[in-house]
Write a protein that binds this ligand. Sequence first.
Ligand code: IMP
Ligand code: MG
Length: 192
Amino acid sequence: MKKIVLSEEEIDQICKKIAAEMTEKLKDEERIPLVIGVMKGAINFMAGILKYMTRPIFTDYIQITSYFGTQRTNNVRMIKDVSYDCSNRTVIVVEDIVDTGHSMRFLIDHLLRHNAKKVYVCALIDKKVAREVEVPIDFCGYVMKEKQFVAGFGLDYHELERNVPYIYEVDEDDLKRMDGVLEKDHFTFHHY
Ligand code: IMP
Ligand code: MG
């Protein structure tokens, strides 16, 4: 039996709640805020939130990498930067999960360096117990009490499981199953 962390329905409720919180927080913004999804993990979550947002917003995507399988590597790398100029504009960074915090810290610093007026952070999951650097989370869907590795709804194991509609705790059998699938594909993971 899969250990479900967040069901499809729970995720939808979280998206609705966060969209309302964002709308409220952004109500006095004079300029149109820029909502930035962090690829690829936050694509599903971003789509979930956007459909419930009613105020005018701009959207953009940024891609970084730091993870290798279930193991995080310490250096965060930018693969794709934002395509808008975010200077003097409030931005909201939407992430699937904040783990050690290194990725989010990197993104906040990057956007502030590019003169964003204010950077808000939104995370579907806060893996608080794994935090190594401090990151303020303004909008949070769910706080995880343990350090377990999860997959589904954008979150991957070697690029697999992003299409699963719910989030579950990856166990030994899941790892065996996925490693088998990858091996059959002759998949070799490399950062580009
Ligand atoms: P951080 O830099 O350690 O905070 O890592 C953040 C990134 O690592 C997230 O955006 C995810 O892409 C990935 N990550 C962290 N924990 C998990 C997990 O449990 N499952 C899948 N990806 C994860
Ligand atoms: Mg991610």
